[in-house]
Design a protein around this ligand. Structure first.
Ligand SMILES: Cc1cc2nc3c(=O)[nH]c(=O)nc-3n(C[C@H](O)[C@H](O)[C@H](O)COP(=O)(O)OP(=O)(O)OC[C@H]3O[C@@H](n4cnc5c(N)ncnc54)[C@H](O)[C@@H]3O)c2cc1C
Length: 427
């Protein structure tokens, strides 16, 4: 059977970016995607940060396939019976193309169509079952009874990372290292979104929630505005769900979230158009795979390149840049005619020099910092409660402001808070 130059397993952002980086190389490249078309199996919150990826993009897509430019950031501490929201905007957010909301069904499909137009084979409905090994080198892939050979295989299979783990390049899945996300895409007219979220044409909001949205366990809720839909969802750490008492059903959390006053008013009369669930690698730097082997490179979520920073989640920018840097390394390997790990290691060196591994390294203590019930249960109850006491007027005389604030201040300036602040020093 004829040998290909490169086979890419998975047509998500990481795999497609790698193919895009190779499109003018003259190499034969085949992208195999198990979904109906690239994008159908892929899920994100989501917001894509553009500044980090601009230097690598080379026209892969423009803002016409993106949804809305984020011009407002909102964070809500959701207590059981109240909430406190911070709403931030700035000229930088409004005038720069800093970040956009995306729908993967649209974005991934667009990149795949661009690749097909330039002669790169992107084949949907093709699930890779295994890897062919010859003399300790990854030599191709199997799809059912079919055997496809290539000099380099790029594994871009996403968070489950089945092939990557089978190769021994990544540790087994641990409940503490993964979160699960559930999301609905809810249809609303563009005008309704503009009015309800107080934004202009193609301008949008990124809104994150912690606290009662996950009943105080590790995780949070999100709402992103798209052109004529909103993406509404929750993310919970798997180990926290397993250990929760009383038991938590993840899909019920989303239903409850939708019934909250803070959300209900925003999505009223909206129609649910999509429902999806997906894993997110949350171990950060500690959870990254070995990124290369003989004849193989690992990119995107498959390599664990994702980062929960508490106030935002990143993974798409890492996926894109890891794909492009893998492509650059493959071109170098072809120039040298050597696909062994000593040459493919260049990919890991490039990632180390880029923002991807630098940011993952800088925020390597983030998973431990966030693994603290106080952040998701204690503070989201306390802060809205003090606001309620300050703003509520009963039938009797109002007490002194200081008498309301003092017990709260005493509680906040406690060993508990000092511990949280000390662990924050590492992030
Ligand atoms: C709920 C949620 C919210 C998120 N929010 C954000 C956000 O706001 N911003 C952000 O930057 N990131 C966010 N992320 C992370 C981001 O979505 C991922 O990091 C990114 O999608 C990773 O891209 P990828 O190409 O590596 O993997 P994927 O997008 O998962 O693509 C993998 C592809 O491989 C295919 N595949 C898998 N196995 C095989 C096989 N054996 N054969 C053939 N094809 C296969 C799959 O069908 C899929 O198309 C979020 C993730 C989730 C789940």
């Amino acid at each position: 059977m004829e040998r290909l130059d490169v086979i890419i397993v998975g047509g998500g952002l990481a795999g497609l970016s790698c193919a895009y980086g190779l499109k003018d190389s003259g190499l034969s490249v085949l992208v195999l995607e198990r979904g109906e078309f690239p994008g159908t199996k892929n899920m994100t919150g989501g917001r894509l940060y553009l500044n980090p990826v601009y230097p690598y993009m080379d026209g892969m897509f423009d803002d016409s396939v993106l949804e809305r430019k984020i011009v407002r950031e909102r964070w809500t501490l959701l207590a059981k019976n109240s909430s406190l929201t911070f709403d931030f905007t700035s000229e930088k957010l409004r005038y720069e193309n800093h970040s956009y909301t995306v729908l993967r069904g649209r974005l991934d499909k667009h990149i795949a169509e661009k690749l097909l137009a330039q002669g790169v084979l992107v084949v949907p409905k093709y699930r890779v079952d295994g890897l062919i090994m010859t003399d300790g080198k990854v030599d191709g892939v199997t799809v059912g009874d079919e055997r496809l050979y290539a000099n380099v295989v790029v594994i871009a299979e996403g968070a489950l990372s089945i092939l990557t783990r089978r190769l021994g390049l990544k540790e087994e899945l641990k409940a503490n290292d993964y979160a699960v996300g559930i999301k609905e895409v809810i249809g609303l007219s563009a005008n309704t979104i503009n009015e309800r979220f107080n934004v202009g044409e193609r301008e949008g909001v990124a809104h994150l929630f912690i606290g009662d949205v996950t009943e105080g366990i590790f995780g949070g809720g999100f709402l992103y505005t798209n052109i004529d839909t909103v993406s509404l969802g929750i993310v919970v750490k798997i180990s926290s769900v397993i250990n929760a008492y009383p038991k938590i059903k993840t899909y019920e959390l989303l239903e409850r979230f939708k019934e909250r006053f803070e959300i209900k008013t925003l999505i009223r009369e909206g129609e649910t158009l999509e429902y999806s669930a997906h894993l997110i690698p949350e171990a950060g730097f500690r959870g990254c795979a070995k990124l290369y082997g003989n004849g193989v490179l690992i990119v995107g979520d498959a390599a664990g390149l994702a980062l929960n920073m508490g106030f935002t989640v990143r993974g798409m920018d890492f996926a894109i840049v890891s794909g492009i840097l893998a492509a650059e390394t493959i071109k170098e390997a072809y120039d040298k005619g050597d696909f062994s790990e000593s040459v493919l290691k260049g990919y890991a060196d490039k990632l180390k020099e880029s923002f991807v591994l630098k940011d993952l390294n800088t925020f390597r203590h983030m998973p431990d910092f966030l693994d603290n019930d106080d952040i998701f249960a204690h503070y989201p109850e306390k802060f809205p409660a003090i606001l309620e006491k300050l703003t509520y007027f009963g039938c009797g005389p109002k007490g002194k402001t200081w008498d309301i604030l003092w017990p709260f201040i005493k509680e906040m300036v406690s060993l508990r808070t000092i511990k949280v602040l000390l662990s924050a020093k590492k992030i």
